[in-house]
Design a binder for this molecule. Structure first.
Ligand SMILES: NC(=O)c1ccc[n+]([C@@H]2O[C@H](COP(=O)([O-])OP(=O)(O)OC[C@H]3O[C@@H](n4cnc5c(N)ncnc54)[C@H](O)[C@@H]3O)[C@@H](O)[C@H]2O)c1
Length: 266
């Protein structure tokens, strides 16, 4: 048994693309999609890097893994890059997703239109509360957890989203995996244990806030007329979680140039 994907090599399985590059592809795609919607035909690496919030040398290196080098003096073909990145991310196919735990967060996720527009179809909403079964959320009828295995098999679902309380998350995860789910997006504040071959990504907004709090505190400590004397009074220690998650780069983790995106491996 392994926890999350921490033991995995830092490259994607298909073509040896570094995980840090994979993590930036959605940023490029978001910027390119905006250009495409404005019918912009080509874009320079500098313009695209600025729109994606990424260093342009890093962008060129990332695109070299895709075999995309652009044309000197013209730049990159926007539509072709949208296609190339979408294909690399596996977005040219439909991904049915189930959300388990349809409380405040699960309902908000179900109502989020951004999944469908990126190829993620919410196939089912599942909850353990019998009182919720049959209720429509985002136009989809909530189904009881008794049906979980059948729903996954009937819909060919490979991605599960967990939005249950932390105490229920591991048990839900185990059932999802046993039913054939191989990718999990976990919102519950707990570390999930999964077998090899299952990918877990964890989203924790409170950790992001703690990191911002750390940077706020550091900025305050850097003020020229700060109150403490570094020789005698070291600045207060950052919160433990922020220390544990301090990025290696100077930018906060959520910055696209960092190795770790806002959504973390479990
Ligand atoms: N990652 C983040 O940034 C973030 C933000 C907000 C909330 N959360 C977490 O998301 C989770 C949900 O939060 P919420 O505010 O929506 O809670 P909530 O209490 O409103 O909803 C939880 C839902 O899960 C259902 N549930 C409980 N046990 C279940 C089980 N075994 N199988 C299926 N469904 C089950 C409940 O019936 C309920 O409908 C919590 O773990 C919370 O800490 C994370």
């Amino acid at each position: 048994m392994a926890t999350g994907r921490n033991h995995r090599p830092a490259t994607s399985r298909s073509r040896g693309i570094p995980e840090a590059t994979v993590a930036r592809l959605p940023l490029y795609l978001r910027a390119l999609t905006a250009l495409s919607e404005r019918s912009v035909p080509t874009v320079s690496s500098e313009e695209l890097a600025a729109a994606a919030g990424v260093n342009s040398a890093k962008l060129r290196k990332d695109f070299s893994y895709l075999g995309s080098y652009g044309t000197r003096g013209v730049g990159y073909d926007v539509e072709y890059l949208v296609y190339q990145i979408s294909r690399e991310l596996g977005l040219t196919q439909d991904w049915p997703v189930v959300i388990v735990g349809i409380g405040n967060l699960g309902a908000a996720l179900a109502n989020y239109g951004g999944f469908a527009s990126r190829g993620f179809r919410v196939a089912a909403l599942i909850d353990a509360d019998p009182g919720l079964a049959g209720r429509p959320v985002a136009g989809i009828s909530v189904q009881h957890t008794d049906e979980l295995e059948k729903i996954i098999s009937d819909n060919g679902v490979s991605i599960g989203v967990i939005a249950t309380p932390a105490g229920a998350a591991q048990q839900v995860c185990d059932r999802l995996v046993a039913a054939g789910i191989t990718s999990i997006l976990n919102f519950a504040p707990t570390v999930l244990t999964v077998p090899d071959g299952v990918d877990v990504r964890k989203v924790d907004l409170s950790i992001e806030l703690q990191i911002l709090a750390f940077h706020e505190q550091r900025k305050a400590g850097e003020e020229p007329h700060g109150e403490h004397d570094e020789d005698t009074a070291p600045p207060a220690a950052p919160p433990a979680a922020a220390v544990a998650k301090r990025p290696r780069s100077k930018r906060p983790e959520s910055g696209p140039d960092g190795d770790v995106p806002a959504v973390m491996p479990a």
